[in-house]
Design a protein around this ligand. Structure first.
Ligand code: ZZB
Length: 264
């Protein structure tokens, strides 16, 4: 699986993240979100972590020896894949974290949202984040991801239950691309069409995600950014290459799931 690793630098450590800031000792901390939709980054409204998922800080290879050292914030599993790809300071070893903590500690921190209309967003909890996919850091694009749309609604409705400030989840979905069937807020349209009520409606969400991927990719036209008016099919690679060239992101891949490749 070929992801784009989006570099979301922490600009402000949240109320429970003082200990992380301390251990980072003045180094930049960059949360790496794994995405398959680099063309949708204009519409980021939050960054999600799994509240009980374990994360760590790992020294990046890109800034080794320079004054501006960078620590990537990902799961240990992702760090291992990154080490093999030369993205960490030490290659071919089981990388050692500078420090480890759970996602809950990151809630309420602020991060850069590269390419985003909203240049900075808050980190929020997403219970359905998988610890064994990507980096377990997920950028929230409620215009085009049904999971992100319904999770944002749920967080808004139950802010107190989740222990978050309502202002952290105040950004509305931003139209990024338009499709003939679902308009310019594909995720909202699909969530309503499938009557999805909560992030726990996993079956309908899987179906909605599949449709959003297909329709967005094959029928979508960009309505924002330098490739406005282009087909998503054409814009996708261009946006990705541009982000990588500007050092906003890097290529991050994961080995195929063994069970899947065996049955394929
Ligand atoms: C931004 C984005 C915008 C995404 C969109 C999707 C969509 P997949 O297809 O199952 O491989 N993601 C990444 N890592 C995780 C994780 N550990 N747990 C839960 N979700 C995760 O999933 C890849 C997509 O799922 C990634 O691409 C990421 O969200 C999220 F408009 O990044 B995406 C129709 C989907 N639209």
């Amino acid at each position: 699986q070929e992801y784009t690793g989006l570099k979301m630098q922490i600009t402000e450590f949240g109320p429970k993240a003082a200990h992380i800031k301390e251990k980072a000792a003045g180094k930049k901390v960059v949360m790496v979100a794994a995405t398959l939709r680099p063309e949708t980054m204009y519409g980021q409204t939050n960054c999600f972590v799994g509240p009980s998922v374990k994360y760590g800080l790992y020294a990046s290879s890109s800034t080794l020896g320079s004054k501006e050292e960078v620590l990537y914030l990902v799961t240990r599993r992702a760090a291992r894949n990154m080490a093999y790809q030369g993205l960490l300071a030490k290659e071919d070893v089981i990388p050692e974290a500078v420090y480890e903590f759970t996602g809950a500690d990151l809630i309420g921190s602020r991060v850069n949202a590269p390419n985003g209309v909203h240049p900075e967003v808050y980190v929020l909890p997403m219970e359905t984040v998988s610890a064994t996919k990507g980096t377990a850091v997920v950028t929230c694009v409620p215009s085009d991801s049904p999971d992100d749309y319904i999770t944002s609604l749920d967080l808004k409705k139950k802010a107190e239950y989740y222990g978050i400030d309502p202002s952290w989840v105040a950004l509305e979905p931003v139209p990024v691309l338009s499709t003939p069937s679902y308009g310019d807020l594909t995720a909202k349209t699909l969530v309503e069409k499938f009557r999805i009520q909560s992030p726990k409606d996993v079956k309908q969400l899987a179906e909605a995600k599949e449709l959003a991927y297909k329709e967005g990719f094959y029928q979508g036209t960009m309505v924002i950014g330098p490739f406005k008016g282009s087909k998503v099919e054409d814009a996708k690679t261009k946006v990705r290459e541009d982000m990588i060239a500007r050092d906003l992101a890097f290529a991050y891949s994961e080995p195929e799931n063994l069970v899947m490749s065996r049955s394929a």
